[in-house]
Design a protein around this ligand. Sequence first.
Ligand code: HEM
Length: 293
Amino acid sequence: MSDFVTQTRLAEALGGHDHVDYSWLDELPTHLGPPDLKMGLRNLDLSRWFPVDDLTQLQRSAKLDILAAHPEVVQWQDSALPACHELLALVVEYTAAQPEPGLHPIDAAARLVAEDLSVMVRSDQATGSPGSWRLAAGSLAFGNQWTMAEKIGGSLLDIHEPTDGYAELLAAKVDTFFDNLRPGRLAWRRNWFVHDIDDYHQPVKFVHQHTSDPRVAGTLWIRSERETLRRLPETGAIVFTIKTQIAPMVALLARPAKAEEVADHLAAATDRGLRAKDADGRAAALISYLRSA
Ligand code: HEM
């Protein structure tokens, strides 16, 4: 069942892709120029923590299917329990929904929203020794080529080990951001990738197809994560949310200004920049397709 949680299936429930609101495509970051990796964080009103759209309820029920088939997508360390209780209380307040009883609070909280949730704890909070921000609990039904089980307990540097350039370009900035994030502030960023398939649950690193054919490029998918960061006022832990959104390439073509921006971005990107978006080996075909509008 969970292996059939695709954007195609969710869109069909709304009458097809033409009936889905793909306006989030306008938010894809296409800033050109070095460095390749960007924090790209902006402030957001707390009322926008868990935005609801036409797919939210469908994604929530898809998440329940995935949790039933793959319970290992939820992981926690004992040190995270107070922070997870605090998170659950805030999610309950935000959604005005009742949590399912008898579950670990990270599991209960993640079932109330479409987003995947991670709780980051600075390890000195738990051990009394100086440490770094670590992934202490999480629910990741819609993982993009990673799993909670492989990352749990890891520092920000460990977690980003596969991200080419993170250690040199971003690690220090992200650590400083985490240390300085004030309760009451909500920060967000968005990323995007090119995918061959539209499955929400993609825990395994895949090898993507290369093509020079614009028609093939037009059958690919844009996958994007709207990510937020918020510090919990009582425990001081930081909550990282990921809202996964998937659109057929044709939906991007239907937004000509954005399609042109994405094409320009791909045309100017370095090899590392293309690899980071799973666009290497197909960039020319994508550019040609996106400029055919
Ligand atoms: C200020 C906070 C953060 C920044 C600026 C950041 C930045 C990035 C960037 C630039 C990438 C490459 C793909 C992309 O553009 O998104 C990435 C990948 C990733 N991030 Fe973060 N990140 C942050 C926080 C976190 C946190 C809290 C987690 C905890 C779960 C996390 C988990 C990951 C994972 C698993 C990947 C994919 C790694 C891979 O397999 O390549 N990030 N991050």
